[in-house]
Design a protein around this ligand. Structure first.
Ligand SMILES: NC(=O)c1ccc[n+]([C@@H]2O[C@H](COP(=O)([O-])OP(=O)(O)OC[C@H]3O[C@@H](n4cnc5c(N)ncnc54)[C@H](OP(=O)(O)O)[C@@H]3O)[C@@H](O)[C@H]2O)c1
Length: 277
């Protein structure tokens, strides 16, 4: 069985991947409490002492709005931390898989495929892109977009935020003229299963089967769960980003290289969540 050492195993995305793929791989989580990726000595010791086939790097500073105010920390974790773990894993001759984000595209010229030119527009995006650039051609970069799952108490994904607001009868103001590509995390896991078993260096987009506006996404959530659609107000992208910089406008992300796992549309993902809960 392949041994996969991983950072970020307790996060929104990582914890579901471990949950789903534990029958297939031996996961060796390296939590921040044992190894802060910004601490070079700790990384050398822990990664050096761990026996693994693939290093799977999910850990990141993921707060998009927070990154604007904490630029140095975002770069320290997302760029320098990635360099620290990559240097040690590659010196051991191990395979490396990095999770990146669709935010590295500025959303001005969609659609975006694996070979589209990145142009990050916020600090979080810039720091994640720096992480990509550190890796050699020998690594696999997997870009994901708006990940969501059936349940996770520790951190709300966008789907849970929409649903919770509507359940609590709180108004939501959603953008009508931008696009997002929601990605069911279970699909990311099964796509990764293929990539772990058939390690291929390069960039892959593991992203949802369709793109839609946040307004349409929230409306779909309301429809599927019988919640009150009249709580969903409308706004424009230009209005919205006055208070929230770093959000790409037309995040229509697609893949030409994922020919191995069919990714669900947002509606199919919600249907699956309804089955799972
Ligand atoms: N969530 C999204 O919307 C989204 C979208 C596109 C791409 N991604 C990418 O997907 C990956 C996983 O995201 P996520 O949402 O699952 O993350 P998350 O829930 O915010 O979890 C982040 C993880 O990184 C760990 N971490 C943070 N700083 C660390 C450090 N200095 N040393 C070691 N570990 C550290 C955290 O450990 P602690 O729990 O100990 O703090 C946690 O396990 C990230 O690379 C992110 O950039 C996420």
């Amino acid at each position: 069985m392949l041994k996969i050492a991983l950072t970020g195993a307790d996060g929104l995305v990582g914890s579901r991947i471990v949950e789903l793929l534990s029958p297939d791989f031996e996961f060796l989580p390296l939590p921040q409490s044992e190894m802060d990726i910004t601490n070079v000595d700790q990384v050398k010791k822990v990664v050096g002492d761990t026996d693994f086939d693939i290093f799977f790097h999910l850990a990141a500073y993921t707060n998009v709005a927070g990154a604007e105010a904490n630029r140095d920390l975002a770069f320290k974790i997302n760029r320098d931390g990635t360099k620290n773990v990559f240097d040690v894993a590659s010196a051991k001759g191990k395979k490396f898989v990095y999770i990146s984000t669709d935010f590295i595209f500025d959303g001005k010229n969609p659609p975006y495929y694996e070979d589209s030119t990145p142009s990050p527009s916020g600090i979080y995006a810039a720091s994640k892109f720096e992480g990509e650039k550190i890796l050699s051609d020998e690594a696999t970069i997997v870009r994901i977009s708006y990940p969501y799952r059936a349940s996770f108490e520790i951190k709300r994904d966008f789907f849970r935020t929409f649903k919770t607001y509507l359940e609590q009868k709180k108004p939501l103001t959603m953008i009508t003229d931008s696009l997002m590509t929601p990605t069911f995390i279970d699909d990311i896991a099964y796509g990764l299963k293929h990539l772990f078993n058939n390690f291929t260096p390069g960039i892959f987009h593991l992203v949802g089967g369709n793109s839609l506006s946040p307004y349409d996404a929230a409306t779909l959530v309301a429809d599927k769960f019988g919640l009150d659609k009249s709580l969903i107000g409308k706004t424009t992208y230009e209005e919205y980003i006055k208070n929230k910089p770093g959000l790409p406008k037309l995040a229509d992300i697609r893949s030409r290289k994922n020919v191995f796992w069919k990714m669900k549309t947002f509606e199919e993902g919600i249907n699956e969540i309804i089955k799972q809960t």
